[in-house]
Design a binder for this molecule. Structure first.
Ligand SMILES: *Cc1c(COP(=O)(O)O)cnc(C)c1O
Length: 368
């Protein structure tokens, strides 16, 4: 019998938390404070706690968080920023938005930035490195931060997929100079639309970012520098605040689902490696298989929706043609590119659905 297993089903989370969310929304509607209302600061305080930083600042989306992080650190035209080629478009797009040049580097078999290749890409123009904690697994921040230290570079963490992940109890977004997160509906903690936030410990960077997201205004009538409008609506912050009460449960569930996939599949496909001291929050659960395209088609035929993160490496995007990455070698990213497959994972997926996905993959390999 075929069961339909969607890649995600966001409405299930709304149903599960309906009362809390409805109350939060209606309270904002009644309050009349729709921009920079009270829930914004309350939500930011909770985010700062979760991320182990002094300050969290909500912004309109995760891409703006990256752009503003780069801007506040002074990254500007002619600068270079090292970005792993296996990431979402926005990692490189943010660099381009501030006028700088993304310089692509290879990844390791855990899909994250390879510090050795990053080292090879450093030039006199390099201003920052952007480790991406892809799939919810922390990048090798110890190596990246020491590399950045030696070469006097900033570290901007793209933590869009990894809220709550940590290395030896150090949370992502707290290890570099600045962290950028997304609250988009496809992320582990999400609001009902676009949203994002920035994490930072340095007080003066924080003060500057507070102004930057609000037109560069120092007070109502004084513009101290040209900023942008990148505030997160009070409504979204109220929803985030309602959901963040369940954050530990949400994160545990992602990890639990991943453990079940690993237990059911590790003897037949390559599964994500567990590393002592490293907590991955499994934004995606990615298996690596030789017959990826055939398996994906087989799963669709059996009602299971999977995805590829990401089908095109950044240096091969048409928009990246001018950046010269096509002349470089990315052996690991290329290896993973044709073999990686993301399985359905979201807190409300049922046990029956998880077991069905495992059973389908096992039957593809003729192995019940
Ligand atoms: C989602 C995502 C972003 C961008 O976040 P938005 O909120 O969609 O702008 C940036 N980097 C990575 C790795 C992402 O997954």
């Amino acid at each position: 019998m075929t069961t339909n297993v969607p890649f995600v089903a966001l409405n299930r989370q709304y149903e599960a938390m309906k009362d809390d969310i409805d109350n939060a929304i209606f309270e904002v509607l009644r309050s009349g404070n729709y921009v920079l209302g009270r829930e914004v600061e309350l939500f930011e305080a909770e985010l700062a706690k979760i991320c182990g930083v002094k300050h969290a600042l909500t912004v309109a989306n995760g891409t703006d968080a990256l752009v503003m992080a780069l801007k506040v650190l002074g990254v500007r035209p002619n600068d270079e920023v090292i970005v792993p080629t296996n990431s979402f478009i926005a990692s490189a797009g943010a660099v381009v938005q501030v006028g700088a040049k993304p310089v692509f580097c290879d990844v390791r078999h855990d899909h994250n930035i390879d510090p050795n290749d990053a080292l090879k890409k450093i030039t006199a123009k390099t201003k920052a490195i952007m480790p991406v904690h892809l799939t919810g697994k922390p990048a090798d921040m110890v190596s990246i931060c020491s590399l950045a230290n030696e070469h006097n570079l900033f570290v901007v963490e793209d933590a869009a997929q990894a809220i709550g992940a940590s290395i030896d109890n150090q949370t992502v977004g707290s290890m570099g100079d600045i962290g950028a997160f997304s609250l988009h509906p496809l992320k582990n903690l999400f609001v009902f639309g676009d949203g994002g936030f920035i994490t930072v410990n340095c007080p003066w960077l924080y003060e500057k970012l507070v102004k930057m997201r609000n037109h560069g205004l120092a007070d109502r009538n004084t513009c101290s520098f040209w900023g942008q409008n990148s505030r997160l609506d009070t409504l979204h912050c109220a929803v985030g605040l309602a959901k963040i009460q369940h954050f530990d449960k949400i994160t545990e569930r992602f990890i639990q689902i991943a453990d079940q996939y690993t237990a059911g599949l590790s003897d037949i496909v390559t599964v994500p490696e567990n590393v002592a001291g490293v907590v991955s929050v499994f934004h995606n659960y990615v298996i690596v298989v030789e017959e990826r395209d055939r398996l994906m088609k087989f799963l669709i035929e059996h009602g299971v929706e999977t995805k590829i993160h990401y089908p095109t490496l950044l240096h091969r995007q048409p928009a990246a043609a001018g950046f010269g990455g096509l002349d470089d070698a990315f052996p690991v990213a290329d290896f993973l590119n044709s073999r990686q497959l993301s399985l359905p994972i979201f807190p409300e997926i049922t046990q029956a659905e998880i077991q069905y996905v495992i059973q389908c993959i096992r039957s593809f390999f003729g192995n019940q």
